[in-house]
Design a protein around this ligand. Structure first.
Ligand SMILES: *Cc1c(COP(=O)(O)O)cnc(C)c1O
Length: 356
């Protein structure tokens, strides 16, 4: 029985009572054996989720902390920012604010990054780092990661940072096989944990690069994370509640099974897509490049989106997003990530029909 407004926005998403119970367990000291055992226990599962043999780090920050850290740790010469929506566009601004050279590879919102364009840019030799948002949460685009990684393989001196915040654990991503140098994600999207925490992993190439880059700072220094992780600790006091919640969530994930989890996200996403067509709307993201964890609906019926969302909340206690930034009102977004099932997504869709 839900006694609060339930979030169907693309992050943060609904957090289960089981997860909250784990989150609020009694504290343990972060330099204690208990903590080391906790981190040691979850680490192999994290590596499996990332598909990596590299260490996986726990960051007490939202994802943007690690995104900024990635720039500060990896880039010395020039960053090529692959831009196709609000989150990927923001990398460009962040890179410049970190005092690094940035160049844009920009496509219109709703479109994907074309690997051929990336190839042309990298051939100039101006860049040592590329930023890419896998699932662009503002537009609902899923970029063609394997094809992009094929291009990256031609440029072994260039490192690839991938934001998988809204795809991680909802879609299969093989970090090592793809050759990703930094893969990062946040807590409050498909992992359905409370916000304020993130996970990331760094390749050997990434560590080698970081060792040569000055002014990495302390809080987000990748080499500090690496040294501490070797003893199953973190550089500074982490949000210990998040680590307990993560342990509980990983148990659930591996009980369900990874393939079943990906299939569940694909299935609930397909239900939303069917609703979009049936209700006479369209998709904002181009066909063939739509993400599986949320849907960005194009408001082709010209409804009053803010009013629609308000009535859904008042009558059914469900919260949807009325569109991000410059496409607010022209779009709205429905999330199917986290713990959602056929039943809960069907309920959402029935309630949308009711207020439409
Ligand atoms: C939500 C999101 C972020 C931002 O995460 P914060 O937790 O706000 O730092 C970054 N990138 C993508 C693709 C996202 O969906």
């Amino acid at each position: 029985m839900i006694t609060h407004d339930k979030l169907f926005i693309p992050g943060p998403v609904e957090v289960s009572e089981k997860t909250w119970a784990a989150f609020s367990r009694p504290l343990i000291g972060h330099r204690s054996e208990d903590f080391k055992n906790l981190y040691r226990g979850i680490h192999p599962k994290l590596q499996k989720l990332f598909s990596t043999k590299q260490p996986v780090f726990l960051s007490t920050s939202s994802a943007w902390g690690v995104m900024e850290a990635s720039i500060r740790n990896l880039s010395d010469r020039g960053v090529l920012c692959c831009m196709c929506g609000a989150f990927s566009d923001k990398w460009f601004d962040v890179t410049k604010r970190c005092g690094k050279n940035a160049e844009a590879l920009q496509v219109d919102w709703g479109k994907h990054i074309d690997p051929k364009d990336l190839d042309r840019k990298l051939a100039t030799g101006k860049f040592d780092t590329v930023t890419l948002t896998h699932s662009e949460t503002s537009t609902g685009v899923l970029n063609p990661l394997p094809e992009i990684c094929c291009i990256m393989a031609k440029y072994p001196d260039v490192t690839l940072i991938v934001d998988t915040v809204s795809s991680f654990s909802g879609v299969k991503i093989d970090m090592d096989a793809l050759g990703i140098d930094v893969m990062l994600t946040g807590a409050q999207k498909a992992l359905a944990l409370p916000p304020g925490f993130s996970l990331f992993s760094v390749s050997e190439k990434g560590f080698t690069r970081a060792a040569k880059v000055p002014n990495r700072g302390f809080y987000f220094d990748f080499l500090e994370f690496k040294n501490e992780q070797a003893q199953y600790m973190t550089p500074s006091t982490p949000s210990i509640g998040h680590v307990h919640a993560l342990e509980s969530k990983l148990d659930e994930i591996f009980q369900e099974g990874l393939e079943a989890r990906y299939a569940r996200h694909a299935h609930t996403n397909a239900l939303v897509h069917e609703w979009v067509r049936r209700a006479g709307f369209d998709f904002f993201a181009e066909e063939g490049f739509r993400t599986k964890t949320l849907t960005c609906v194009k408001n082709t019926r010209g409804i009053d989106v803010l009013d629609f969302a308000r009535r859904l909340r008042e009558k059914h206690h469900l919260v949807i997003d009325p569109g991000y930034g410059k496409i607010r009102g022209q779009t709205f977004r429905l999330s199917n990530m986290g713990d959602e099932t056929e039943q809960t997504v069907s309920h959402l869709l029935a309630c949308l029909d009711d207020v439409l």
